[in-house]
Design a protein around this ligand. Structure first.
Ligand SMILES: C[S@@+](CC[C@H](N)C(=O)[O-])C[C@H]1O[C@@H](n2cnc3c(N)ncnc32)[C@H](O)[C@@H]1O
Length: 337
């Protein structure tokens, strides 16, 4: 996993920018919600088109500085809120006709470089991994949860093959001393049966902890549900994912909303009610060779999009049930706050 969206130099690369613009078509004007504002790469591009408005949201309060600069220039067309996208429904949208909602999941280069966030393998001191508006940190997770709970987190959120050995060793070693970032890396290296020379030994555990600490599964599911409710007819929902777990959720969700499921011939109305979205492309859009060369982490990016066909929308409960097993794991965190 390498979910950063920028390469090692300081330049910021909004991933798949050209592709996002071609999918949401801001040249026709309208209001857009940038759910993962970050450094405002997408927002700034949309605002270049007249007759557009952007509502930017981000859970990380340090992105307010980026938002302020844009607000000064586009005070009548841009509005920012420090909010998690699971709470999109808290935005006062009046009767605004939202033309597009965009998600660029994961975290930014600025966040990786921020020593207080502890997202990088070089971080010193306590484990953290909070992106903003969190209930607990990775420090509390590693030093408090039971080994079976840790094992499930590493296995299901990080696809870590050595989840069992790592979790056992965490619980054993934390009785001797508190586990900070470097200590955790040492435990992981010691627990792994085989060395993978392609990725850092701690990559999968770090991904799992970051997903758990930031409740990224329920964030994504709620964010998507709220988006499909907010969008009006012809509105576009575009999502960029960086790892297989989030892509699995988006893919399932999008297929379910856009497919005409075979239902009973005695209930033809139900069949019609279910095709509320069009999915023009079955396969995701990926970065061009040129983009991957300039910004290597973009090689993991996948853009999927839907177009709403009707104004109304009712969520089918089976969409939610599919990921109950992940939400149950996420719930282990409720004892930490
Ligand atoms: C990959 S960056 C987005 C970069 C942005 N597209 C740009 O061009 O600058 C992801 C951003 O999403 C934010 N984020 C992640 N999860 C979020 C959530 N659940 N709610 C709101 N913001 C979130 C992160 O704080 C980060 O700033």
């Amino acid at each position: 996993m390498e979910a950063t969206i920028v390469s090692d130099n300081v330049k910021h690369y909004p991933v798949l920018l050209k592709e996002i613009i071609s999918v949401i078509t801001p040249q026709h004007g309208g209001t857009f919600i940038d759910c993962t504002f970050g450094q405002g790469g997408y927002t700034k591009e949309i605002l270049k088109y007249h007759n557009t408005r952007v509502i930017g949201i981000d859970r990380d309060s340090s992105t307010k500085i980026n938002a302020k600069k844009i607000e000064e220039k586009f005070f009548d067309r841009f509005f920012f809120k420090n909010l998690k996208f699971s709470k999109l429904n808290n935005l006062k949208l009046k009767n605004e006709n939202i033309k597009g909602i965009i998600f660029d999941l994961g975290y930014s280069f600025t966040q990786i470089k921020d020593p207080t966030k502890g997202l990088s393998f070089n971080s010193q001191g306590d484990l953290n991994m909070k992106m903003g508006l969190n209930d607990f940190s990775a420090n509390e997770v590693i030093n408090n949860l039971e080994d079976k709970e840790l094992e499930k987190i590493l296995k299901y959120f990080g696809d870590e093959n050595d989840a069992k050995a790592i979790s056992r060793n965490i619980v054993k070693e934390r009785q001797l001393k508190k586990i900070d970032t470097q200590e955790l890396i040492r435990i992981i290296e010691k627990s792994k049966r085989k060395k993978n020379y392609k990725i850092h030994s701690a990559t999968k555990t770090f991904q799992a902890l970051r997903i758990f600490v930031n409740k990224e599964i329920s964030e994504l599911i709620r964010g998507l549900i709220n988006s499909v409710k907010i969008l009006k007819k012809d509105g576009v929902l575009a999502v960029v994912t960086f790892h297989s777990l989030e892509d699995k959720i988006v893919k399932y969700f999008f297929r379910n909303l856009s497919e005409n499921k075979s239902v009973s011939r005695y209930e033809p109305k139900l069949a019609q009610k279910e095709i509320l979205f069009a999915m023009p492309l079955k396969k995701p859009i990926i970065a061009s060779e040129k983009e991957v060369k300039e910004n290597p982490p973009s090689r993991s990016a996948k853009l999927r999009y839907l177009i709403k066909q009707e104004d109304s929308y009712e969520i089918e409960s089976d969409i939610l049930k599919k990921f109950d097993y992940l939400l149950e794991i996420e719930n282990f965190g409720s004892k930490l706050w």
